[in-house]
Design a protein around this ligand. Structure first.
Ligand SMILES: [Zn+2]
Length: 260
């Protein structure tokens, strides 16, 4: 969520103007700081505790700001697709931004500007996770994301993308709570639960969902629209009691009892 260091900046500037303006007595003290949580008028570029964008991003833009945006809109790739998190703003990213904008009632022009960024700020916590999901939910195996098939940093980064996909799916399903029973597994955690030898849980890409109020089949069906290339649910061996969703390369969907 947003924080507002800009308020401090403005009050500091006001003090500097008073000190050097020449028309005010030397004893003038700086203007009082705004009350905590207040927003100075003219605060057009809200700062955020996780990541703050400036300006606009559009097709042709590139770099870390684009990569950060791609993580946030990873849940809007269109049915059966997945967008690259590569810092290159191409047609697929533009389409994802447009879908995100539509989902939240913003003008859907595929250009990420203040309205889009402000919506993202509302949706994210200071650790960059979406407000309705946590790293702890996505890792019930260990505390440091180590021991998987990729580095701890990569596993954690993959889990962040997974959470933004879940946030998109949650919103599309009416913003009702979703139940996440696990995500990342080290190789040993995966073995302990009898996971597949190539399980995407060991990469941080996967999440296992409880039925919640949605039901396993509705979750599996919705997951197809939000960047999950692997969906396993009722009717697939071992998946009658949860719906497994994951990103990563290669599509495999199977939930025969749900028509998938
Ligand atoms: Zn799973």
């Amino acid at each position: 969520m947003r924080s507002r260091p800009i308020g401090l900046l403005l009050s500091t500037l006001a003090g500097a103007v008073l000190a050097f303006g020449g028309t005010t007595a030397a004893s003038a003290s700086p203007a009082p700081a705004p009350a905590p949580g207040s927003v100075p008028s003219g605060d057009v570029g809200a700062a955020d505790g996780c990541y703050t964008w400036s300006g606009t991003l559009q097709e042709g833009s590139s770099g870390e700001a684009v990569r950060q945006l791609q993580i946030r809109v990873a849940g809007y790739p269109g049915t059966g697709n997945q967008i690259a998190i590569d810092g290159a703003f191409g047609p697929a990213t533009k389409a994802a931004v447009s879908r995100f904008q539509s989902a939240y009632g913003l003008a859907a022009d595929g250009i990420a500007g203040p309205a889009t960024f402000n919506k993202i700020y509302q949706l994210q916590d200071d650790d960059c996770t979406p407000v309705n999901f946590t790293y702890a939910e996505l890792n019930r195996c260990n505390s440091d994301w180590s021991g998987g098939k990729v580095s701890a940093a990569t596993a954690r980064a993959n889990a962040l993308v997974t959470m933004w996909k879940l946030q998109a799916m949650r919103h599309a399903m009416g913003d009702r709570p979703m139940t996440v029973n696990g995500g990342f597994r080290s190789v040993s955690c995966n073995s302990a639960v009898g996971g597949a030898a190539n399980s995407r849980h060991m990469y941080g890409h996967a999440a296992d969902l409880g039925a919640g109020s949605q039901g396993f089949c509705a979750l599996a069906q919705a997951a197809r629209n939000h960047g999950f290339t692997e969906i396993l649910g009722p009717g697939y061996p071992g998946h009658n009691d949860h719906t497994h969703v994951a990103g990563g390369s290669g599509r495999f969907w199977s939930a025969p009892s749900c028509g998938i």
